[in-house]
Design a protein around this ligand. Sequence first.
Ligand code: CP
Length: 306
Amino acid sequence: FENVVSMEDLSTDDVLSFIHEAQDFKAGKQIELKRPVYAANLFFEGSTRTHTSFEMAERKLGLQVVNFDPANSSLSKGESMSDTVKTFQAIGVDLVAIRDKKNEYYKDLIADPNIHLGIANGGDGSGQHPSQSLLDMMTIYEEFGHFEGLKVAIVGDLTHSRVARSNMEVLTMLGAHVYFGGPKKWYTKEFAKYGEWMPIDDLVEEMDVMMFLRVQHERIADDENGSFSAEKYHEQYGLTAERESRMPQQSIIMHPAPVNRGVEIADELVECDKSRIFQQMHNGVFVRMAIMTSMLRNRGLIKEEY
Ligand code: CP
């Protein structure tokens, strides 16, 4: 791929190819580059996992990583994202991973005839999060070996979640059945097209995958945050130990993290036997290696794959 910015651009075969390539990297696959290749991670919005995971993926592929600290950059002088990206291109950077709070920030960059470097979307506002979606699909595939007919619940702050949007589309395309849970005010028409809403007490007994989402206080209006009760949310919509005990034996728990422990999921369940939360993070490195490799391949920068 020239750029990897949205799950909407990927077919079923593309998603499966990314998963298989990530599995190959997990099993030890390596690449050799034709020349030194440079990458930069431009995170204009906070991140722990995606940022460090892209950097780890780039280093494992043998790319040279150029640092960028937005707080001490010329963004403070009013420089735009577009000029920041063009600056990295001008100094010789080949690939960038970008995160920004603006939905679809990448459209203007891709349409700009003066921008040629490869762009991997590390998350845009409440829009898309393709690397997270692919690592989620890899984790589900590793567990079940298929998607067809699987029941997957996406539970929580749907409205503000780029993970919910990316995943409901790709899971449906792959043949899984999507359900939703959490506060009904966040289950809007956009989600109803993809699956029905069910109470958490019914979901836990029927689903193969319980995928919880973080309550995104930073994107929720202040007045709503003021009335938010973590205890009440956990009791009404969260995974309690009692609910976990009713989940089917083969079922798994997922969450893109960071987790609000004790809100979406009881503290002691974050690392329980059914939880794949840290496995998701581990798989993220290999998925991002596959994403960067597809952009390297597109640019003819790979000498050998073995
Ligand atoms: N899951 C995820 O995107 O985490 P970060 O915000 O820490 O990157």
